[in-house]
Design a protein around this ligand. Structure first.
Ligand SMILES: Cc1cc2nc3c(=O)[nH]c(=O)nc-3n(C[C@H](O)[C@H](O)[C@H](O)COP(=O)(O)OP(=O)(O)OC[C@H]3O[C@@H](n4cnc5c(N)ncnc54)[C@H](O)[C@@H]3O)c2cc1C
Length: 439
C-alpha cells in the first residue's frame, strides 16, 4: 500500500516556517508597498528575498540541476498552497508568474549560452520577464491562429505584429514571444519562440489594459510602474539577432506545452491558498457576528455555506495534490497528467470564486468594502477562469483525453437485454434447477 495523506515531517517543518513568514511578514509587506513604484518596491522586498534564499526556499519550482530548490510537484503544491495566501509571496520566494513558467521553458529549451544570458539572471531575481502569446484580434483559445510574423533577414529575425495581455511587459526586462516563422507548415509547426528585450527598437508598449483587477480607463500611453499590468504591445520592424530564438523555427508549440503545463498547476496550487484564506475569514465571521440572538454560525443557511465550502475546498485540494503526484510519477506530458492539470485548471478557480463569494456574503456590507481583502481577491480570482486558457478549453481537453482510444459500439456494453441473454447462457440451467428444487 503506498497511498498516504500525510506530509513528511521535515517538509511540514518548512511549511510551518513559510506559513508563519507569509502571515507575519509578507501580508503586512504587501500593504506597506501600496502606492510605491517598482524600483521602490524592489528595495522594500530585497531583504526578504535574501532571507528566503538564505533559508533555501528560493525558486522551489525548479529542480536543483536547473538552479532551483525544488523537490518535485507534490512538495511544490504544498508550498504554493501556503504562498498562495498572499499575492506577493510567490514574488518573495522567486516563483511568481510569468517568470516561473519562463524559467522552466528556458531550463528545458534554451542553449547553454542562452541559459547563461537569460535564465541565470531571471533565477537570481535580477531581471523580470513576460510571456507574449495572446493577440487582440485572434482567439487566444486557438493559438495556432496567431498572426505576429517573424521573418529572417540576414543575421536577424524581423518581427511585426500585435500582442496584448503580455503581463508585466511594462516593467519587465525581456519577453518570450510567440511568432509565426513557417506560415505554410501544419498548424502546430508554424510558430517559434524568441527572446525580445521589452525596451528595444521596434517594440512599442502601447498601454497596460484596464481590467477588473485594475479598473481604470487605460488609453494609449497608460503604463503601470509596477508588476501586475497586462500590456498591449505592437512590434514594427523589430530586429533581434538570430541567437534570440529558443529552439528552431516551428518549435514554438512544443516549447509552449513545456511552459504552460507547469504554470497552470502552479496557479491552481496558489488558488487553494487563497481559498483557504477566504474560508478562514468566513469561519471567523460566522463565529463572531450575531443576528436575531444567535451567532451567524448557528444559522442553518450559514452552516450550509460552511459545509459546502469545506467540501469544495477539500475536493479541489485533493485534485491538485493528485495532479502534482501524477506529474512527479509520469512527467507533465503523459495522458493522466494532462487530464489532471486540465481538471484542476477549471475546477479550482470555480471553488475559489465560490468560497470568496460566500465569505463576502457572511460579512454583509463589510465584505463588499475595501476594508477587507475579499473584494480584491474576488476580482483577481475571476481572471483565472480565462487566463492560461478559458475553462471551456480545459473541459474540452478533459473530455478529449477521456474519449481517446474509446471504440464505438453497436450496442451499449450495459444493455440489459444483452446481459440477460448472456446470463441465460451462463447460468440458465442452474437457475432452472434451483427454481424446480433440483439443485
Ligand atoms: C489576467 C490575465 C493575464 C493574462 N496573461 C497573459 C500573458 O502573460 N501572456 C499571454 O500571452 N496571454 C495572457 N493572457 C491571455 C489569456 O491566455 C487569453 O485571454 C486566453 O487564452 C483566452 O483567449 P482570448 O482572450 O483570446 O479569448 P477567446 O479565445 O476569444 O475565447 C473567448 C471565450 O470563448 C469561449 N471559448 C473559447 N474556446 C472555446 C471552445 N473550444 N469551446 C467552447 N467555448 C470556447 C470561452 O468562453 C472563452 O472565454 C492573460 C489573460 C488574463 C485575463
Amino acid at each position: 500500500m503506498s497511498w498516504d495523506f500525510g506530509t513528511d515531517p521535515a517538509l511540514q517543518e518548512e511549511l510551518d516556517w513559510i506559513r508563519r513568514y507569509v502571515d507575519e511578514v509578507i501580508l503586512p509587506l504587501e500593504v506597506a508597498g501600496e502606492g510605491l513604484n517598482q524600483k521602490q518596491l524592489d528595495a522594500l522586498w530585497q531583504p526578504h528575498k535574501d532571507e528566503v534564499k538564505a533559508r533555501g526556499f528560493w525558486a522551489p519550482h525548479l529542480p536543483p540541476e536547473h538552479g532551483g530548490g525544488g523537490k518535485g510537484q507534490l512538495a511544490l503544491a504544498l508550498i504554493h498552497e501556503v504562498l498562495g495566501r498572499s499575492v506577493l509571496a510567490p514574488e518573495i520566494f522567486g516563483c511568481q508568474a510569468p517568470d516561473s513558467g519562463n524559467a522552466e521553458l528556458l531550463a528545458v529549451g534554451a542553449t547553454p549560452a542562452q541559459r547563461e544570458r537569460w535564465l541565470e539572471p531571471l533565477l537570481a531575481g535580477r531581471v523580470r520577464s513576460t510571456f507574449a502569446l495572446t493577440e487582440p484580434h485572434n482567439s487566444g483559445s486557438d493559438p495556432t491562429g496567431i498572426t505576429t510574423r517573424c521573418v529572417r533577414d540576414g543575421d536577424h529575425w524581423v518581427i511585426d505584429g500585435h500582442k496584448w495581455f503580455a503581463s508585466n511587459a511594462s516593467v519587465s526586462d525581456f519577453m518570450i514571444l510567440m511568432a509565426v516563422t513557417e506560415p505554410d507548415a501544419p498548424p502546430h509547426r508554424r510558430a517559434a519562440m524568441l527572446v525580445v528585450p521589452c525596451r528595444h527598437p521596434g517594440v512599442r508598449l502601447v498601454r497596460d489594459v484596464g481590467t477588473m483587477h485594475h479598473p481604470y480607463a487605460a488609453d494609449e500611453g497608460a503604463l503601470m510602474d509596477r508588476i501586475g499590468g497586462h500590456t498591449e504591445v505592437i512590434f514594427e520592424n523589430c530586429r533581434v539577432p538570430l541567437d534570440h530564438m529558443i529552439g528552431s523555427p516551428g518549435d514554438g508549440f512544443v516549447l509552449a506545452q513545456k511552459r504552460l503545463g507547469g504554470g497552470r498547476i502552479h496557479h491552481a496550487m496558489r488558488c487553494i491558498g487563497q481559498a483557504n484564506r477566504a474560508f478562514e475569514m468566513l469561519l471567523e465571521r460566522a463565529a463572531s457576528r450575531t443576528t436575531r440572538g444567535k451567532l451567524l454560525g448557528q444559522q442553518q443557511l450559514v452552516q450550509e455555506m460552511i459545509a459546502e465550502s469545506c467540501a469544495e475546498l477539500e475536493m479541489s485540494r485533493l485534485l491538485v495534490l493528485r495532479a502534482a503526484w501524477t506529474m512527479d510519477r509520469e512527467g507533465a506530458h503523459g495522458h493522466a497528467a494532462r487530464r489532471d492539470i486540465a481538471l484542476v485548471k477549471f475546477v479550482v478557480p470555480r471553488t475559489l470564486l465560490g468560497i470568496i463569494d460566500r465569505a463576502m456574503q457572511v460579512h454583509g456590507a463589510l465584505g463588499y468594502t475595501t476594508d477587507l481583502p475579499l473584494e480584491e481577491m474576488y476580482r483577481m480570482a475571476r481572471a483565472l477562469r480565462i487566463a492560461d486558457g478559458a475553462d471551456e478549453v480545459h473541459k474540452q481537453t478533459v473530455a478529449r483525453e477521456l474519449l481517446a482510444g474509446r471504440k464505438p459500439v453497436d450496442v451499449p456494453t450495459e444493455h440489459m437485454p444483452s446481459l440477460r441473454r448472456r446470463a441465460r447462457e451462463l447460468f440458465g440451467e442452474r437457475v432452472a434447477r434451483i427454481r424446480e428444487g433440483r439443485a
